[in-house]
Design a protein around this ligand. Structure first.
Ligand SMILES: Cc1ncc(COP(=O)(O)O)c(C=O)c1O
Length: 578
């Protein structure tokens, strides 16, 4: 027989379970509905995706284009391939000499275009990975080609390569007497500390060797001071390659103490307001350009679904609300400004959006071109020890932290920030919005399907007509003398020293490349072709490749897709493109 106290305990347990369920459901509602918002599912899906590729006929008709369009594409492809073979001959040969030896190169060369096309493209377009010089807004390869630099050196290059050469040379001269002595500081450190604390508006600083390390330290300290376990990151945001901030594809194990929430959403704020295990929230302000989407790269351009749009006021309002909730709940708000710091404004994203964080990470550009990660924070969050519990410390070290040469170059960088020419560069930043708008108008006027969205000098291209071949645009741009990073048209980064004439030349080349690509039939479409139909077709191909990989209908037979034949590792003619 159940006693009254039994009912009471049962009732309390039921209430507790109902509360737990409610909190869990709240968390589910605060996830973005895409795979990006569900890290575990994304990893499972990534592990499921089978390899297959198009044979030569399928390559040019992946969208079921008519034969004459496929033929136009084929001859254009071969023509462009010849251009690459002659123009980038030595650079490509030098790169080929390293085949199989540099892991970074092995990886990036495979992921320039969707995998179904990758091997055929690699065979015909030998993109070199060597450069021999830089100057102004261009770089030169081993064949003597001078290319407009749109790589931005991963975002490091804010002011132009000559600026950084000077920082490194003058900075090295400043610290030469001390040389590579580690542990003790060169006196130049005092200036760097003062300036960075002024710029960040924060109280204490630590130096690291990369942005990834600065983020690791920020999160570790937030956990130490709040006594809570979890970090919150927003869907799609990159914060370096440390496991806890990369819970999805790319990390072989699950990050159990990370919540990935829907960016710019009320549901995410609700989670922050109710959960008690959240130590910190990481914000990468670059996401303002494409909230909830990962860094755009051409290897994922299977259709024209890539979207981007920047609304400064809306993002600033979001940050204000986030700030308020973090303050209310004692959650450490971390702005990860490794990418955007010093690019948007001298005071970085805090200044640009008018919102203050508890901790800010900087990196990339701030050491004048040398490797760096910096963490600035409120004093109470930066301490690595407790006065009242001397054994309870939060450890962080790094052999090369505060390296004299890095500090010397950083001092040069920070001094230059205060000079008239650099201040003038910042004043003219609005022109980049105008340039993006004008380029979009030119594209629309010629009925070309390319558009640009921008966060100041950080640009991304997207495509407004369904197509399977948008990734080809990167090769037309390269042939037009524009240097792109391995993510292709996903990210173009301009340095602030681009003059109006430099920019116009780049814009003209982008237009010319788009015209050529259009003429060559890659953007052919008909009424049946939509982003949805493309995705459905690719999914069908994947299922078919899985079927073949599983040995059905019989191991070793070629898979025939609705659009021609595809090769998977177990199909008989899978050697066709090897
Ligand atoms: C916002 C952000 N955080 C962290 C990192 C990692 O920096 P690093 O590559 O120096 O480790 C990056 C690098 O791109 C970044 O963009």
């Amino acid at each position: 027989m159940t006693t009254p106290s039994g009912y009471l305990v049962g009732g309390l347990i039921a209430l507790y379970l109902a509360y737990k369920l409610h909190v869990r459901l709240q968390l589910s509602r605060a996830k973005h509905r895409s795979l990006n918002g569900h890290s575990r599912m994304a990893r499972r899906f990534a592990a499921w995706v089978p390899f297959y590729e198009y044979d030569e006929a399928g390559f040019f008709r992946a969208d079921a284009a008519p034969d004459e369009v496929a033929e136009t594409r084929r001859s254009a492809f071969m023509r462009l391939s010849d251009v690459f073979a002659t123009r980038f001959k030595h650079t490509a040969a030098e790169t080929a000499g390293l085949a199989g030896q540099i892991s970074d190169l092995e990886f990036t060369s495979r992921y320039r275009v969707p995998f179904q096309f990758s091997r055929f493209v690699r065979r015909h377009f030998k993109t070199g990975s060597f450069l021999q010089s830089s100057g102004g807004v261009s770089v030169s390869d081993l064949d003597g080609n001078k290319l407009y630099d749109l790589t931005g050196s991963y975002g490091v290059n804010v002011f132009g390569y000559d600026f950084y050469k000077e920082c490194i040379e003058r900075g090295s001269a400043r610290v030469r007497e001390l040389g590579p002595v580690l542990g003790a500081y060169h006196p130049v450190v005092a200036y760097n500390v003062r300036r960075l604390l002024e710029i960040s508006g924060l109280e204490e600083i630590s130096f690291h060797m990369s942005g990834t390390e600065a983020v690791m330290q920020a999160v570790r300290l937030a956990r130490y001071h709040t006594g809570r376990t979890h970090l919150v990151r927003f869907c799609g945001a990159y914060h370096g390659w440390w496991g806890d901030v990369q819970p999805g594809v790319g990390n072989p194990i699950a990050a159990r103490e990370t919540y990935t929430l829907n960016d710019m959403s009320d549901a995410a704020l609700k989670v922050l307001r109710t959960r008690r295990d959240i130590a910190c929230v990481l914000v990468n302000p670059l996401q303002a350009l494409h909230p909830n989407s990962s860094a755009p790269g051409d290897s994922t351009l299977i259709d024209s679904g890539r979207a981007a749009h920047f609304d400064r006021a809306a993002y600033a309002r979001w940050l204000e609300r986030l700030r308020a909730v973090c303050t209310e709940r004692g959650i450490v708000l971390i702005f990860d400004e490794v990418f955007v710091g010093f690019r948007l404004a001298p005071g970085g994203a805090q200044e640009y959006f008018g919102v203050r964080a508890d901790m800010v990470t900087y990196g990339k550009t701030v050491a004048g071109g040398l490797p760096i990660g910096v963490l600035c924070g409120r004093g109470r969050f930066m301490r690595r020890f407790r006065e009242d519990r001397p054994a309870d410390v939060c450890f962080a070290r790094g052999t090369f932290n505060s390296h004299p040469y890095v500090m010397g170059s950083m001092a040069e960088f920070l001094e230059k920030l205060d000079t008239e020419p650099v201040r003038t560069l910042y004043q003219g930043l609005d022109v980049w919005d105008e340039r993006a708008r004008a380029l979009n108008e030119r594209m629309a006027a010629e009925d070309l399907p390319v558009r640009v969205a921008n966060l100041s000098t950080i640009w991304t291209l997207y495509y407004v007509r369904p197509s399977r071949y948008n990734w080809m645009f990167q090769y037309y741009l390269r042939a037009a003398g524009l240097a792109l990073s391995w993510v292709g048209t996903g990210r173009l980064i301009f340095s602030l020293n681009y003059t109006a004439a430099d920019y116009l030349e780049v814009a003209d080349r982008v237009m010319a490349a788009a015209r050529d690509m259009h003429r060559d039939g890659w953007w052919w479409s008909d009424a049946q072709l939509s982003n949805k139909s493309i995705r459905r077709r690719v999914l069908k191909e994947m299922l078919q490749a899985r079927w073949v990989a599983a040995g059905r209908p019989s191991a070793g037979s070629a898979a025939t897709s609705p659009i021609g034949s595809i090769n998977s590792p177990r199909s008989k003619n899978s050697g066709a493109l090897q």
